[in-house]
Design a protein. Structure first.
Lengths: 250, 468, 417
């Protein structure tokens, strides 16, 4: 089945276990949200699925359209079609946005082939216009000196340009004012389609007013402890996370 | 403009050599006889021979500068070097006349092709003498002179003798003295007043023989209001034993003149590259040294500008890349000697593996001057755990009417940056290369297009195998 | 001969370059323990075998070294007057003693002095001579866990003209201690110029904290050589804030060695130069261990023909990953004949580091001056205000209020003179 499927995933960093047997399946065409308190392991899940070298997988499986992704290099996982929009996008001085995205696109082509500059820029500018980004941005260094909102827009721009099969948005709403949140959410919503699965990781319900999920999962202590529809997010907003934790313990 | 993909480059491009018969060979080691031989073969005027012989004495007296420089200098054995090797003293004016082995060398290096495409003049030096030298005929009519050192001193003494050895005195350092004793080849250039060259002049310096020392001598005089860009490239094959390259380059920018001097050095790892480069800038003149140092075992090079006229400007833009077994010891000297002069130094170095990059700077502003400014930035990037970088600037400012600012930083490419780029689908090595190119990107733009493309690829090739 | 040692008069041909000077001195100290006699002798030998004239010593670059010669020195100062202490009531386990006194009561406590190194940044002659001739100094010790409340005041007295005072000092703080000291260098305003050679060795144990404030107000003719070596242990913290005002010529050598993870070295220096004052400062931040931080800020404001030399180096060893090290030198030139030389250096052998240095030399911003001018402040007064603001940055960080006020007042007074 075409999905991002995670089964009983266990992972640790520096011998500290963070994920304790997490299972989750995101079929193509659906938008899932993971909510949870700080330290519940949400960001770890995103990093582990992307192959971050600091994390160690201790058990379980993760597949992308039935292909294993655990143990692969981050760039291999990316080329298989998984995109992670970072909570804190890295600054890379001197490397322009345009050149970076172009290099990433070229990396997806057979060796020796390259994207045509004219087509590439046309497409890039269209996406930038959609995201309300000034075209001058293409010549700026990747995330270097960007504001929080600019960084997040730049993440969505990369996501649109690389058309991944599955997207994970890690706390994309953090550090955004209401206008930026709207623009970024519209960008994500434009990418919703039957051939793409999206996982939104967030701490607050606010983002889910703009990107309305099909399912909401609650994560606590490295596991999914509850799954429901979008109304679950509202319930969490009202009642906080404690009752979930208590239920989970009970 | 040519398209980038047409420029063929390779870090190993220079690693080949042809067995060549030399008609003129000064033998092994350095002595008064060797100098007399060189001077005689070149049919020099007596004053030039005198100049050389005095320089030899100075060279012998001067200690190695190991009180501040690397001890590796002690590994140079002056007694086993061949100081003069040539097939003939007169360069050909057409490539057809150039002997086959020499011509093949330069063709492999792509020189004739570049000449056709974008150069106003070319000189190609093979060991001690230029094998080929030719300049756009129209420029010749305008009075531009572009010849070798021997010809320059013999045919145009009224122009060149006045400045020869004046910007860099023989006794400046041990290696300037050595060069003054045994110099051969190089470019002597004169640009008449108001002449602005639209295209660059280029020299290519090729070492072909083992145990050889190349000592070219360059003197560029840009007369009032003229403009010139000069580019030099250099390669040598990889020999088992070390090779010495020790040039002296003097630039004179008269009132309102502009000189840009571009170097892309890609020496093999056995070359000691000890070069003295200095410019004199008169009133409102501008001198820019644009310098990229890749390869060599040890490079010591601190291009300088003596800002002698009001509002003169000096600039050094340099990129250095030190890989395993290499030490790039480079920097800049800015001597302010007139009011309202300004200087700018931007230096970026990358150390890979056990490579070591050092920056040495000198800025002087005496107290009787007003309105002088210097800005220096040097940034170092360290790639591996065992890479090394040093920064040793020396700044002297007197008086309350001048200002100097120096900043240096050291950084590395972080694992998180690499992960971020990998998450977008780039391989680790490619991500690293992109970061390194990004680090020097703003400086690479200062190089002419043809060179900047070559540079990027050279950097990519140097980066190979540096990760993992 | 008495313990008071030889006075200049007792030796008619006192000269630091003559072996008999040392021999006679050693003889007068024959009552000292053997290990100390050996140490003195060893130091003298090292001094005597120094090359007489080094043409090009990078460690003295830009420095008119002859101003630090020994020709004018005709005798040693009396130790009793040379160093005095003002000690608040101390907690148990915290002690400060004078070298000469300890020599009689507890000589063994001084052995560490002979084992620790000096900063070794160029003034080898002064360093060895101090080892050979020092008769006084202070020894500050804190046992594990002890914290001193009030600052300990140490006063180094500039000797009479022609005399030299050698002070050899030691600070040893054991784990989790905290001490604040104020070292004042003082002299008579009209003294035609004595010489102080002060060598300080510091060792900080795990988690120890030393706050040190130096206020130097010697006579305008004095020669001052300060050599200090700080060995900073695990999670230990050393803050040295220095105000230099007096002296005709000063040579300052400061070395901070970050020996174990978590060590921090904070160094601030302020010099206000006037007339023909020479301020020759050499610093080094040596990162030997990972996860250490150091921060150095040296500011000089120069009037008349004053000259400053700042030579600083950050050295990061191969093992010292995760280093954060900063070095800044700022010079403000207030006259057309003032000169500032700056040699800010880095030697980095680890790659996981954040290191930077900056050096600027400039005059007062004319816009800034104009602004104050336009508010009715005279040019002289405006210059003074701006320069004071420039210099006081480090001093404002002194925690102890009384000491901070003392330093700021001393600086302001120096400006008015």
């Amino acid at each position: 089945m075409n999905s991002l499927k995670i089964e009983n995933l266990q992972a640790s960093i520096e011998d500290k276990a963070i994920l304790h047997g997490l299972s989750l399946e995101i079929p193509k065409g659906e938008v899932h949200a993971i909510m949870g308190p700080n330290g519940s392991g949400k960001s770890t899940l995103a990093k582990v699925l992307s192959g971050h070298p600091s994390y160690k997988v201790d058990g379980g499986s993760a597949t992308l359209d039935e292909e294993n992704i655990l143990g692969l290099e981050p760039d291999e996982i990316s080329r298989l079609g998984l995109f992670l929009a970072f909570q804190y996008p890295m600054e890379v001085p001197g490397v322009t946005i345009a050149n970076f995205i172009r290099a990433a696109r070229n990396a997806r082509l057979p060796e020796g082939e390259k994207v045509k500059a004219v087509d590439f820029y046309k497409e890039l500018y269209e996406h930038m216009d959609d995201l309300g980004m000034d075209r001058k941005f293409t010549a700026r260094s990747l995330n270097d000196g960007f504001s929080g909102g600019e960084k997040k827009r730049c993440e969505i721009l990369q996501m649109s340009m690389l058309s991944p099969k599955y997207c994970i948005l890690d706390e994309t709403d953090s550090g955004l004012d209401i206008d930026a949140l709207r623009v970024v959410s519209e960008g994500v919503n434009r990418m919703r389609n039957p051939d793409r699965g999206i996982l939104v990781i967030t701490h607050y319900q606010r983002l889910l007013e703009y990107i309305v999920p099909d399912y909401v999962h609650v994560m606590s202590e490295g596991k999914i402890v509850r799954t429901g529809g979008k109304e679950l997010a509202l319930e969490l907003e009202e009642r906080g996370y404690d009752w979930i934790k208590q239920e989970a313990v009970a | 403009m040519i398209s980038p993909s047409q420029v063929e480059v390779d870090r190993d491009k220079g690693n080949f050599h042809y067995d060549t018969d030399y008609s003129f060979d000064a033998g092994i080691g350095l002595s008064e006889d060797v100098i007399r031989y060189i001077s005689e073969v070149k049919e020099e005027d007596p004053w030039v021979l005198d100049f050389r012989l005095k320089a030899l004495k100075t060279f012998e007296k001067k200690p190695m500068p190991t009180h501040w420089a690397t001890e590796d200098l002690k590994n140079i054995n002056f007694d086993v070097i061949r100081y003069y090797l040539a097939k003939g003293q007169k360069p050909s004016r057409t490539w057809d006349e150039v002997p086959d082995d020499v011509k093949n060398t330069f063709e492999r290096l792509g020189i004739p092709e570049q000449e056709r495409k974008f150069l106003a003049g070319v000189e190609a030096q093979f060991d001690s003498e230029a094998a080929y030298s030719r300049m756009n005929e129209e420029l010749e009519k305008e009075g531009v002179i572009f010849v070798g050192s021997t010809e320059g001193l013999k045919e145009h003494p009224e122009i060149f003798r006045k400045w020869f050895g004046k910007v860099i005195p023989t006794s400046d350092n041990k290696f300037s003295a050595l060069n003054s004793a045994v110099f051969s080849g190089g470019s002597f250039i004169y640009i008449p007043p108001g002449v602005k060259l639209a295209q660059p002049l280029q020299a290519y310096f090729r070492i072909n023989a083992e145990n050889f020392g190349q000592f070219e001598r360059t003197l560029i005089i840009a007369d009032e209001g003229s403009e010139v860009m000069y580019m030099e490239g250099c390669t040598a094959p990889k020999f088992e034993t070390s090779t010495l390259h020790s040039a002296v380059v003097e630039l004179v920018a008269l009132k309102g003149a502009k000189i840009q001097y571009v170097t892309v050095q890609n020496w093999s790892n056995n070359v000691f590259n000890l070069v003295t480069k200095r410019a004199l800038a008169e009133e409102e003149a501008e001198v820019r040294w644009i310098d990229c140092n890749i390869g060599s075992r040890l490079t010591m090079k601190y291009p300088g500008v003596i800002l002698r006229g009001r509002k003169a400007r000096g600039e050094v833009v340099s990129i250095a890349l030190a890989n395993d077994g290499q030490h790039q010891d480079t920097g800049a000297k800015m001597v302010h000697a007139a009011d309202e002069t300004s200087s700018n130094v931007v230096s970026k170095s990358i150390s890979i593996g056990e490579g070591r990059s050092s920056y040495r700077g000198l800025v002087q502003m005496p107290g009787h001057l007003k309105g002088c400014k210097n800005n220096t930035e040097c940034d170092a990037l360290l790639i591996n755990n065992n890479s090394q970088t040093d920064t040793y600037p020396a700044i002297t400012v007197q008086g309350d009417a001048n200002s100097v600012q120096h900043e240096a930083s050291v950084s590395k490419v972080s694992a998180e940056q690499i992960f971020y780029m990998q998450q977008r689908g780039l391989g680790e090595a490619e991500a690293m290369s992109l970061c390194v190119n990004g680090f020097v990107n703003d400086l690479i733009r200062e190089f002419p297009m043809e060179y900047s493309v070559e540079l990027k690829r050279l950097i990519d090739l140097e980066m190979e195998g540096s990760v993992g | 001969m008495s313990l008071e040692t030889i006075s200049p008069a007792s030796m008619d041909t006192f000269s630091l370059s003559q072996p008999h000077t040392f021999n006679e001195f050693a003889e007068s100290r024959s009552w000292e323990p053997g290990w100390l006699a050996d140490y003195r002798h060893d130091c003298w030998e090292k001094f005597a075998s120094l090359p007489k004239r080094i043409l090009k010593d990078e460690r003295w670059r830009f420095s008119p070294r002859t101003r630090f010669g020994f020709d004018q020195i005709s005798g040693l100062s009396l130790p009793k007057e040379s160093l005095t202490l003002a000690v608040p009531s101390l907690s148990d386990g915290l002690s400060i003693d004078l070298f000469d006194q300890l020599l009689l009561e507890e000589p063994h406590a001084l052995t560490l002095l002979t084992k620790l190194m000096g900063p070794d940044l160029g003034a080898d002659d002064y360093s060895f001579l101090t080892g050979a001739f020092a008769q006084t100094g202070f020894l500050l010790r804190a046992n594990k866990g002890v914290a001193g409340v009030s600052p300990i005041i140490i006063e180094h007295q500039e000797p009479e003209a022609g005399q030299i005072a050698f002070h050899h000092n030691l600070i040893v703080l054991e784990a989790n201690t905290e001490v604040t000291i104020v070292e004042r260098f003082v002299g008579q305003a009209n003294n035609p110029g004595g010489c102080i050679s002060n060598l300080l060795k510091v060792q900080l144990g795990e988690g120890a904290r030393l706050n040190r404030i130096v206020i130097q107000e010697c006579s305008s003719k004095a020669t001052i050589v300060q050599m200090e070596n700080f060995n900073i242990g695990k999670n230990a913290y050393l803050n040295s804030t220095n105000l230099h005002l007096g002296g005709s010529q000063s040579r300052i050598e400061s070395k901070g060695i970050l020996k174990e993870p978590g060590a921090h070295f904070e160094y601030g220096s302020v010099f206000l130069g006037n007339e023909e004052q020479l301020f020759d400062q050499r610093t080094i931040q040596v990162h030997e261990a990972p996860h250490c931080t150091s921060n150095l800020l040296c500011k000089n404001a120069l009037r008349k023909e004053a000259k400053s030399i700042f030579s600083g180096l950050i050295k990061v060893d191969e093992e010292a990953q995760h280093t954060d090290a900063y070095q800044t030198n700022r010079n403000l030139l207030l006259s057309s004949e003032a000169e500032a030389d700056s040699l800010p250096g880095l030697e980095i052998l680890a790659n996981e580091v954040k290191c930077s240095h900056g050096a600027t030399t400039s005059r007062i911003d004319p816009q800034e001056l104009f602004y104050l001018h336009s508010r009715g402040i005279s040019k002289v007064e405006a210059e003074k205000l701006i320069a004071l603001g420039f210099l006081s940055e480090s001093l404002l960080n002194i925690d102890h209020q009384e000491t901070r006020d003392t330093a700021l007042n001393a600086l302001a007074d120096a400006f008015s003179s």
